[in-house]
Design a protein around this ligand. Structure first.
Ligand SMILES: *Cc1c(COP(=O)(O)O)cnc(C)c1O
Length: 383
């Protein structure tokens, strides 16, 4: 393919249906191939600065109020950053726990000895906002509310706008882990009542791994200068104030991933927020349809789903073997993802990445071939 007048070989295209890293375009892949550069050069700092602004723009944030703060690390880094940095001394964080990613925030709170309430809620449905309100009314020491917008382990979508409204009614800061929704499901940070959201470059943005970022309210970051410093590497105020002063990250950034992400953001804006969301939903619908035709059953009610991740119950057919099905598909460039929800064996098929609905029929031809070869019943058997 020709990029910027140069000829590059095509890269084999794999269809990743794991929950990120996602399938990328070749233009994003090749954007990493750049002349070596020291990340302290103004040229590079300018790219990071523009990227921070663009990350705020993607969620329609007012640049006078919201900032994008970049970190070098996987998406869990953002959970570490927000939970360790944004809880004032003597105050608590209320974690609305309905899946493995909000449970991860509980683990972070424990690791840093952050006073927290682990409000465990059913994992197979969205958070009940009344339960959050109850917890808020019962404890005036709660200063921060945390939830995960899209629990990637199940595919459940949580009502962050309503949760954020409840948090704000109680004077709390609202943090949502939007890692598996950002740049896919449209988010308006202020209308959605969010103070801090987060993501990593390899999910909705369809870029590479190693860059994570938080979009948040600068006034709260500045206020957090006086909060306990529980982590040296992942303190939000330290990172943000350093970038603001010097234009660089405190420590070495993921240089090539930042070039890839610059290109991915260009492609994001060229596609458009609504068109991109519709594309992901069309992939989800094609996956759903293909699964239903083969008799697979889903673990989560359709109306609770994010329309990005499908949790599929493993059939009871003794001829079914997830590992064998995975390996069969993998040979043809299709990647599916195993997982257990509450001890029940499942697998996941996700609509992230640079895929279209036209990619999906081939997936099901391949699944059907596997089922025939394995001697499985079609449609699938469940007891
Ligand atoms: C992917 C993901 C993360 C980050 O996971 P890493 O393995 O650290 O990249 C965090 N939260 C959610 C909801 C995710 O989907």
């Amino acid at each position: 393919m020709i990029i910027n007048g140069r000829n590059y070989p095509d890269v084999k295209r794999n269809i990743l249906m794991n929950p990120g890293p996602a399938t990328t375009t070749d233009t994003v892949k090749y954007a990493q191939v750049i002349p070596d550069i020291c990340p302290r050069e103004k040229e590079f700092c300018d790219i990071m600065h523009q990227m921070s602004l663009d990350l705020v723009k993607i969620v329609h944030g007012d640049p006078e109020k919201f900032v994008g703060v970049l970190f070098c690390g996987s998406g869990t880094m953002n959970i570490d950053v927000t939970v360790s940095s944004l809880v004032p001394a003597g105050k608590k964080i209320l974690i609305l726990n309905n899946g493995s990613y909000s449970a991860r925030a509980v683990e972070v709170a424990r690791a840093y000895h952050v006073d927290h309430i682990d409000l465990q809620l059913p994992i197979d449905r969205p958070i009940d906002v009344a339960k959050a309100e109850e917890a808020l009314s019962a404890d005036p020491d709660i200063a921060v509310v945390y939830c995960c917008m899209h629990e990637t382990g199940t595919g459940v979508l949580n009502p962050i706008r309503e949760i954020g409204a409840a948090a704000h009614a109680h004077g709390c800061t609202m943090i949502s882990d939007t890692t598996s929704a950002y740049a896919m499901i449209p988010i308006d940070i202020e209308k959605d009542n969010q103070d801090f959201i987060m993501a990593s470059a390899q999910k909705g943005l369809q870029s590479m791994t190693g860059l994570s970022f938080i979009v948040g309210r600068e006034s709260i970051i500045d206020a957090s200068a006086d909060y306990p410093v529980r982590s040296y590497y992942t303190n939000l105020y330290m990172q943000h104030s350093f970038i603001r002063e010097h234009g660089e990250m405190r420590f070495t950034p993921p240089v090539q991933t930042i070039y890839a992400t610059k290109q991915a953001i260009l492609e994001y804006f060229a596609e458009g927020e609504q068109a991109k969301w519709e594309r992901h939903q069309s992939v989800w619908a094609a996956l759903y349809d293909g699964l239903e035709k083969l008799g697979f059953r889903m673990a989560i009610k359709k109306e609770y789903q994010s329309r990005l991740v499908i949790s599929v119950l493993c059939p009871d057919d003794p001829a079914f073997d997830f590992g064998a099905m995975h390996d069969y598909l993998y040979k043809y460039g299709y990647t599916i993802y195993s997982g257990k929800v509450a001890g029940v064996p499942m697998f996941r098929m996700c609509a992230l990445g640079a895929l279209t609905a036209a990619d999906i029929p081939g997936v099901f031809d391949c699944i059907r071939d596997y089922m025939k070869e394995a001697g499985m019943a079609i449609p699938c058997q469940y007891n």
